[in-house]
Design a protein around this ligand. Structure first.
Ligand code: HEC
Ligand SMILES: [Cu+2]
Length: 487
């Protein structure tokens, strides 16, 4: 007999009650305000707003205060990627907009300013507001005007704010969003670092990486097909030299937002597990999470401890967005290795399964290849294009445009044109170390490609002829000769 059936009937409801009492352990102590009897407001402070990835300091006041916020809307051309500019519409001159931090119960006196040099009317809808349009109607202003309204921060949580002027999608797509944190009354637990990271998309007239000033493309926005998906407003804004920095053993809290306007983010940190995730920026948390969803116009708070050194990549795990559209931010963790937690590569050995004919690594020799003497230009171009798509396109992109700073262009490449091996050496041996192509430097690794002489001849004929490198038929014999000389 099942033991629960032996349980005295009376005890069962008691047990249920205990479980119910234990359940809110995964929730902060919540305080709901009685709006007929709100806590008193004492004094006033000028809000300190910060630029991502910085977060304003923790709130020290013991009582609720009046928090005065001044936010200026500025339309200005800024960098979207290296060599790519965009006319951003901003809250505070930056994308994402400046971070605002208040506390539950505070009275927020909000001043919105539309800079006189701007072209368009704007407003603000703060998701932290209880009231019509989140403040949008109260703040709609033309360039050269200011608007003021006040609201009581009734609910704790991490909230998105954005412009809500028609066409709303376009104002958001141009960069008009940011985050406002309403800290719980009791404050948040202390951590060593707090950072602000916000994802969003850009829809540009040119494709990803296409140089020059890019215009907003309404059709791509309607199709929800962005050219850029970025963290903190631009490709690499919080990566590389601008990466966030922490030390081994330190705790980190990320205030994450998604400005959209269209996509949902599958937020993930490569090389870290979130110890806690405050789901959708609310009061409830869950633990031990790999990837958390952040809706468009939504948020999340994640916390973790950095146990080992290295670089954490913060990505949208819809992974083409990360590696091909810009959605990467980085946290550099500096300090001593801990080999009990992570060993690093312990060894690398040759892997040769026994008894298989696998010794010939790479492409199988095409039986026809031995006899095919040579091909015509047309044949090489046709074969070359398909070989390019199979073997090169993933990195060097459509039409050999490349990815600025990551994969060099093969289209009209001064670097390729200046080599006397026609690029054979690069395909056969791979390439690494710093190179400069058309004025941009690259320091990355291209793997060796294992292609037959015939196929190298075709793909290079295609690259020289169709991708504007001077043209000309390359024969398999040319590749063979080069191999002989460079044995
Ligand atoms: C896995 C990604 C990857 C693939 C696939 C790849 N490359 Fe590369 N390629 C690179 C990288 C990265 C560099 C720059 C290396 C450096 O920084 O030193 C490069 C450099 C080059 C260069 C010299 C730089 C320039 O722009 O002229 C040539 C030529 C080139 N690749 C040709 C090819 C061809 C042809 C193929 C297909 C057969 C190919 N690559 C496939 C990543 C790749
Ligand atoms: Cu606007």
């Amino acid at each position: 007999m099942n033991s629960i059936h032996n349980f005295p009937k009376l005890l069962l409801p008691l047990l249920a009650a205990v479980i119910l009492l234990l359940a809110p352990a995964c929730q902060r102590d919540k305080q709901k305000f009685n709006t007929d009897n709100l806590p008193p407001i004492k004094g006033e402070v000028m809000a300190k707003l910060t630029v991502a990835p910085e977060v304003p300091p923790r709130i020290q006041a013991k009582t609720n205060t009046k928090v005065i916020v001044h936010l200026e809307i500025v339309e200005q051309v800024m960098r979207l990627a290296d060599g790519v500019e965009y006319n951003f519409w901003t809250f505070g001159g930056v994308v994402p907009g400046k971070f605002i931090r208040v506390r539950q119960g505070d009275l927020v006196e909000f001043h919105l300013h539309n800079h006189p040099d701007n072209m368009f009317p704007h407003n603000i809808d703060l998701h932290a507001v209880t009231g019509p349009g989140g403040g949008a109607e109260a703040t709609l202003i033309a360039p050269g005007k200011s608007a003021q309204f006040s609201f009581r921060a009734l609910n704790e949580g991490l909230y998105v704010y954005h412009c809500a002027t028609a066409p709303v999608g376009m104002h958001i797509a141009n960069g008009m969003y940011g985050l406002i944190l309403v800290e719980p009354l009791a404050g948040m637990s202390p951590v060593d670092h707090e950072f602000y990271v916000m994802q969003s998309e850009f829809y540009t007239s040119g494709r990803f990486g296409e140089r020059g000033l890019q215009e907003f493309d309404m059709q791509k926005a309607l199709d929800e097909n962005p050219d850029y998906v970025v963290m903190n407003g631009a490709v690499g804004a919080s990566a590389g030299e601008n990466a966030m920095q922490v030390k081994v053993g330190e705790t980190v809290r990320l205030f994450l937002g998604n400005g959209g306007p269209n996509l949902v983010s599958s937020f993930h940190a490569i090389g870290e597990i979130f110890d806690k995730v405050y789901i959708e920026g609310g009061s409830m948390y869950t633990e031990n999470v790999q990837t958390t969803l952040i809706p468009a116009g939504g948020s999340a708070i994640v916390e973790f401890k950095c146990e080992v050194p290295g670089t954490l990549h913060l990505v949208d795990h819809s992974i083409f967005r990360a590696f091909n559209k810009g959605a990467i931010a980085q946290i550099k963790v500096i300090g001593e290795e801990n080999h009990d937690v992570f060993s690093g590569k312990e060894k690398e050995t040759v892997y040769l399964p026994e008894g298989s004919a696998i010794q010939k690594v790479g492409e199988r020799k095409d039986a026809s290849e031995e006899v095919v003497s040579e091909r015509t230009l047309e044949e090489r171009l046709e074969k070359g294009e398909s070989l390019y798509k199979q073997n090169c396109l993933a990195c060097h992109m459509d039409q050999g445009k490349g990815v600025i700073g990551v994969f060099p262009p093969l289209n009209n490449s001064d670097f390729l044109q200046a080599r006397d091996d026609k690029g054979f050496g690069i395909i056969v041996n791979g390439l690494q170390g710093e190179i400069v192509v058309n004025g941009t430097s690259y320091n990355n690794i291209m793997p060796a490609m294992h292609m037959s002489d015939d196929n190298i001849a075709s793909v290079m004929t295609y690259i020289f002829t169709e991708l504007n490198n001077g043209g000309g038929l390359i024969n398999a014999a040319d590749v063979r000769q080069w191999r002989e000389k460079n044995k």
